[in-house]
Every structure is written in structure tokens, then in C-alpha cells.
Write a protein that binds this ligand. Structure first.
Ligand code: PMP
Length: 443
């Protein structure tokens, strides 16, 4: 891969200008805009295969974005592609139940035992939104406690002091969310048991649920500290509220299962959430979400119970087929070990190179995913992730992009390895990073 070959992207620029005329902000999700990395045209990709993109100008890129998580087997994986083609031939949407929905539900249950019953929806946002409704239906209470910097989709309640996209853009609260709704949400720092205890002491009998990303993926990759999740569950239950795990990113990312079943997670054996929200990987790249939990809780949902949730597209046959195929690939032996090996080499190499050039860089790696924080301190909560050099990240992002390395355009997002990345991709990436750090150190 040639260095400096990708900085000229006339077709992306032209398409971006055209998109701006018709699509708000030129993008269909604000996280795709380059606003947080200095602005300008994002790269328009034309095709993707394995761990590589080709853009509309014909440049090739190594992809660490993985579509913000779902593309864990790489792009156009033959097994998943076949499943989608087959599903399309059989008709993409019926509005009736189909057999494969049971197969995917069984697979999720087998991997994540806290799921007695599941329900498929179309996105992580929908899954999370519904878990809150179910928790409210179960408890007859209305308040939600969540953690600063965790992102749970764009529904009203969870966009209050949210992280990821919104905080990257510097809008912690969205306009259009009534104060009455915002006042139902209490946000406390991640990894801070004392703050959680205080919040529960003050509002406990009004709290329907405490929601958390058990391994955070939205202000970098952040592990819970030992005891945090155990305390969270104990305190929440003592207050008569439900525990909701948002595993939209974490499920099937670190091992064949969720964070709640991951043996390296502190306290994993001591904790089981009442409700779990899923998405991303379980759809193999097609739109999906799911939520599930204890039978007694899930039986609140229509048609069994009074909490209503429905969807024309829910349990979409193509998404379900793609999700099943994706999980079949991930179940193969050695898959996660390989991603971890490559991610370790890459993260260690980045760390060493940054150090050599005197550039402070904290890397949080969890198996095949990691985040890069330009700072000299650890990142264990949102405040620490905010207190990092965004301009440096933006410079690094652009220098890598111009050498054919594609990251998410935000200092808060992770790098994701896929089963399609190779040693040679890591070599190219480390060479590009070495070049970027050399330039940055001289500036
Ligand atoms: N929860 C988490 C933890 C997420 O990371 C995301 C998306 N990044 C969501 C929920 C929302 O999912 P979706 O974008 O599919 O609506």
C-alpha cells in the first residue's frame, strides 16, 4: 500500500456536495460526518470485501470501523452473503412468524442464559427503548439511572446526557426532548459505586431500572472495575428496580456470548441482568435488534402482557438469516483468539511507536477491540475519556485515512478487528501509524 496516496478524493467530495442538497448534513447518521475530525467530505465507499473498503475514487482502505461493530466477520463474508441471497429468494418479508426466528432465539438463549424469552426488533435503539418500557411496566415506576458516556441509541429517555455521537458533536442533550422526560433520567459516572448508591438512596423508590453497558464501547473500550457490576446489581435489586444490560456492542464481540457471560469480566459469575438489549453483530450486518430477559419480566410484553411493542419489519427473514450465519462463523474454534492476537500486536505496536515519538497515548484493549486516547492518564470513565486531545486524534485520523487506514471519525469510538484481518493488514497499519506519529511529533 502506497503512503500518501489517498488524500485526493474528488468523487467523494462531489458526492458529499450532492448529498448535502438532499440528505440532512449529507449523512444518514451523524457519526458518519467528519464534524468531530475537522469537517469536510466523509469518504464515500463503493464496495467492501473482507477487511477492505474501496472508495468511489478507487482507493483501498483497511477497515477498523466494521460499521461500528456489526461486521465482525469482515465484509461480504461468503457464508453470510449466501444466507442473505437465499433469504431474498424466499421473499424478504412475510408479516407472519418464520421458523428461523426460533433458531436465532435459541442460539441467543444458549449463549446468554439470562434470556428466557427474547423479542426481535430492528435496531439497538428500539431494543433499548423497549427494555425501559418493560422495566417501567414491571415496577410501576418511571425513573431510569444510566451512566455518563454510555450510549443507548437515540430514543428520548436515553439521549439525556448521552455519550458517543451526541457528545462527540458537543450536544450532550438533544433538542426536542421535553424537560418532563429529561427529569426522569439520572446520570452517574461509570465505575462509581458511591455515586450510584447515592442516586438510589435519593430516588430509589421511583427508579424502574439501572441501565449500563457492562463493557463500555462508547467512550472508548472500558472495563468495569472489579466489584462495580456486582454492586450495581445488588444495589439496584435492593431498591426494587431492574438491571438492564445494553449489550448491543458487547454481545459476541469478545467471545461467543455476551459480556455477562465473559469469564474475563470482573464479577461475571455474580451477575445476571433482568433485561438485556442486543443488536449489531446478531444481524450479521443487516438491521436487527433484540431484547430479552427473565420470563416473568418478558411476559409483560404484548400479546401476553400490557407493555406494547410491535414492528412491521421485526424478525426480518433476511436479518435473521444473516444473523444466524454470522453466529455460525463466530462459533468456529479459534475465531476470537485470532482477532485478539492481531489486536494485541496492533495495539502494542501503536503504543510502542507513540512512546518512541513522545506522544502520550492510552490504549484500552479488550480482546479484538481497542480504543486510542491521546492522553497520559488511564481512561476508566467518561470524564477521563473527554479529557483527551481531540485535535491530536483528528490529526492521527486524517494521516491514517490518507494512507488507506479507515477508523471511525471520533475519538470515542473503538477500532474493531474482524475475522478477515490479516498479519499483513497489521503490518500496513503499523507502518502508516509510524509515519503519522513521525509527522505529529515534528509539528
Ligand atoms: N446501544 C449501544 C451500546 C450502542 O453502541 C448503540 C449504537 N452504537 C445502540 C445502543 C443503538 O443501536 P442502533 O444504532 O442499532 O440503534
Amino acid at each position: 500500500m502506497q503512503q500518501h496516496s489517498h488524500s485526493h478524493r474528488p468523487k467523494s467530495e462531489k458526492l458529499y456536495n450532492e448529498a448535502l442538497e438532499h440528505i440532512v448534513g449529507g449523512v444518514n447518521s451523524p457519526s458518519r460526518s467528519f464534524k468531530a475530525v475537522g469537517g469536510g467530505a466523509p469518504v464515500f465507499m463503493a464496495s467492501a470485501e473482507g477487511a477492505h473498503f474501496t472508495d468511489v475514487d478507487g482507493h483501498r482502505y483497511i477497515d477498523y470501523l466494521a460499521a461500528y461493530g456489526p461486521i465482525i466477520t469482515g465484509h461480504a463474508h461468503p457464508h453470510i452473503t449466501e444466507a442473505i441471497i437465499q433469504a431474498a429468494r424466499e421473499g424478504v418479508l412475510y408479516g407472519t412468524p418464520t421458523e428461523r426466528e426460533i433458531a436465532l432465539a435459541k442460539r441467543l438463549k444458549a449463549a446468554i442464559p439470562s434470556l428466557d424469552k427474547v423479542r426481535f426488533v430492528n435496531s439497538g435503539t428500539e431494543a433499548v427503548m423497549t427494555t425501559v418500557r418493560v422495566a417501567r411496566a414491571c415496577t410501576g415506576r418511571s425513573k431510569l439511572i444510566k451512566f455518563a458516556g454510555c450510549y443507548h441509541g437515540h430514543s428520548d429517555l436515553v439521549l439525556v446526557a448521552a455519550g458517543s455521537g451526541p457528545s462527540t458533536l458537543g450536544i450532550p442533550d438533544s433538542a426536542g426532548i421535553p424537560q418532563t422526560i429529561a427529569s426522569e433520567v439520572i446520570t452517574v459516572p461509570f465505575n462509581d459505586v458511591t455515586a450510584l448508591r447515592e442516586a438510589l438512596e435519593r430516588w430509589g423508590d421511583e427508579v424502574a431500572a439501572v441501565m449500563v453497558e457492562p463493557i463500555v464501547g462508547n467512550f472508548g473500550m472500558v472495563m468495569p472495575e472489579p466489584g462495580f457490576l456486582e454492586q450495581l446489581c445488588a444495589l439496584t435489586r435492593a431498591a426494587g428496580a431492574l438491571v438492564i444490560y445494553d449489550e448491543v456492542i458487547s454481545a459476541f464481540r469478545f467471545h461467543y456470548g455476551a459480556a455477562q457471560t465473559y469469564s474475563a469480566l470482573p464479577d461475571h459469575a455474580a451477575i445476571e441482568p433482568d433485561l438485556t438489549a442486543l443488536g449489531k453483530i446478531i444481524g450479521g450486518g443487516l438491521p436487527i435488534g433484540a431484547y430479552g430477559g427473565r420470563a416473568a419480566v418478558m411476559e409483560q410484553v404484548a400479546p401476553l402482557g400490557p407493555a406494547y411493542q410491535a414492528g412491521t419489519m421485526a424478525g426480518n427473514p433476511a436479518s435473521v438469516a444473516a444473523g444466524l450465519a454470522c453466529l455460525e462463523v463466530l462459533e468456529q474454534p479459534g475465531v476470537y483468539e485470532t482477532m485478539e492476537r492481531l489486536a494485541t500486536r496492533l495495539a502494542d505496536g501503536l503504543s510502542t511507536a507513540a512512546g518512541r515519538h513522545g506522544i502520550p497515548l492510552t490504549i484500552n484493549r479488550i480482546r479484538g477491540a481497542f480504543s486510542t486516547h491521546f492522553c497520559g492518564h488511564p481512561v476508566t470513565c467518561y470524564a477521563e475519556a473527554q479529557d483527551t486531545d481531540g485535535e491530536r486524534f483528528a490529526r492521527f485520523f486524517r494521516l491514517l485515512l490518507d494512507q488507506g487506514i479507515c477508523l471511525a471519525p471520533s475519538k470515542y469510538e473503538a477500532w474493531f478487528l474482524t475475522t478477515a484481518h490479516t498479519e499483513s493488514d497489521i503490518d500496513h497499519t503499523l507502518a502508516a501509524a509510524e509515519h503519522a506519529f513521525t509527522i505529529m511529533a515534528a509539528e
